[in-house]
Ligand binder design. Sequence first.
Ligand code: SF4
Length: 387
Amino acid sequence: MSPAILVEPDAEQKLAILGAEAGDEVSDQRVDSAREPGSAESCDRIYEAKRERGQPARLLKVLQTNSCRFACKYCFTSCLIRRKRTTFKPDELATTFVSLHRAQRVDGLFLSSGIVPDANTTMEKMLATVERLRIRDNYRGYIHLKLIPGASFEYIERAVELADRVSLNLEAPNQTRLSELAPEKEFETSMWGRLAWAAELIRRARAEGRTAARSITTQFVVGAAGESDRELLETVHRARREVAVWRAYFSAFHPIARSPLAGQPAEDPVRVLRLYQSDFLLRDYGFSFSDLPFDEHGLLPRHITPKQAWAERHLQEPIEVNRAPRGNLLKIPGIGPRSADRIIKARREARLRDLSQLQALGVTTRWASPYILLDGHRIPQQLGLWS
Ligand code: SF4
């Protein structure tokens, strides 16, 4: 029998493989191929992301390699699953990205990687790719770079210097839950500790007027390790205070064929929605952690939003929309930061007297009406709630 000839995939084939596997990151939405007429196969891995001020960006999301020595039970790239493995050389990936960028098919890069043979070697390759882009190709656009758990300080430092955003996925709220999902991973030092380094490096760079990444994000797998909503949100709350995490993403667990969790059910996407809503209440609405409506098992209600559940328990008297301070407006279901600001502006001009005015200001009136007074009057169809 003649010996097998191994053919190295070309850059386009690597992009198809390594772009597909980067898709499990939920920080961005895939751009509908219908909106990219004439796009080639390689452009199916482009995602739309929001930057800190909300501007959209089309990101090429890709792995440096899909080889990994870790056996995380929720991950398609895990070494437990037999499959085709390939690696981009730094030059090759930088060149591929630059050609897509020059063709105006992408605005930015999201670079992640499997870990092989160790954290530092992996980060070296990723940083070499980014250095080629920044230095050789003079690319000044957006780069989101993953930090590899356990990487040494100098690699985290260089990542913070070169990228616009860095992230490290905590995956679980604490070591106990993480051990269920990723037995080889260590939470406090290798993961949390690296986020803390990044936060401190960014803080110092800003204080000294140096360029540095503008934000840090993280991600959690939801529903694979028996964790409660309270555990997840406590960790997010702590991450925001202690390691300056700008945004936490939640990824509903979905079982992967041939993985150790293949028989476990997929997580309900409504649970993920409730986690995001609760996190926004803490971040943007002035709610405190003790306001969140957990049940005795640390779970949020699924049939109503966390704000509606809070209002059912705490808003005993209707709130006068024409007088309430912004903080109180934000406690009313159906009123968000933007509609609260619009209400405050509009009521300086004239008193608000009916629901259509609130609707025009962006209020979800079917949620708000049980809890408000408009110019001293309850909303007629809701009289029963306080009678
Ligand atoms: S270390 Fe990352 S890429 Fe490797 S198996 Fe775990 S989650 Fe997947």
